[in-house]
Design a protein around this ligand. Sequence first.
Ligand SMILES: CC(C)(COP(=O)(O)OP(=O)(O)OC[C@H]1O[C@@H](n2cnc3c(N)ncnc32)[C@H](O)[C@@H]1OP(=O)(O)O)[C@@H](O)C(=O)NCCC(=O)NCCS
Length: 169
Amino acid sequence: MSTVLIEIRRAKSSDAAAVAETHDEAWRAAYQGVIPAIELEKLIMRRGPDWWDSAIRKGSRIAILAFGDKVAGYANYGRNRARSLFYDGEIYELYLRPEYQGLGFGRRLFTSARRDLAQSGLKSLVIWALADNEPAVEFYKALGGKAVARSSERFGERNLEKVAFAWNN
Ligand SMILES: CC(C)(COP(=O)(O)OP(=O)(O)OC[C@H]1O[C@@H](n2cnc3c(N)ncnc32)[C@H](O)[C@@H]1OP(=O)(O)O)[C@@H](O)C(=O)NCCC(=O)NCCS
């Protein structure tokens, strides 16, 4: 029998390449056919190991879910960026590699990020998801998020709707 250690911890510089790979795999799986291919490629290329290394060194809050020695997923979060929304914190991104989805890890990462934000005084929380990203929308609803705002973002030729989900203290 073998035991695999599953832990959520702050990303270190030495995780940068694995986080970049996780980002690449998760974004391709989630957004192929949603975000135009050229735009998606650009978004992924911008986020290579150097980008993650620099974000980690700058002190951005990036948590990873480590499954043994593999990075299965990550969440990055901090202050809410949208001034028009009165929420303290924001989870900017929460992504799992496809093979780790549907196993309860998303909930664990979310709970950990929410707790970390609350511990630094950011008690209410918002997360944006593309409206076409149905699994994410269903996930945030299952976690008790309420749809509180809509917006849109342009990706090349395509304009995509976004939904903000919120949690109060
Ligand atoms: C969205 C994502 C983070 C969810 O994580 P996950 O580990 O797959 O979800 P969990 O297994 O923790 O599910 C938590 C709850 O959400 C529900 N849920 C998750 N995905 C769902 C779906 N597609 N449809 C309906 N419910 C869903 C689960 O049933 C579960 O409910 P329960 O705890 O009441 O039983 C993950 O699937 C992922 O990384 N997807 C691709 C990237 C992405 O879209 N990220 C979000 C960008 S905004």
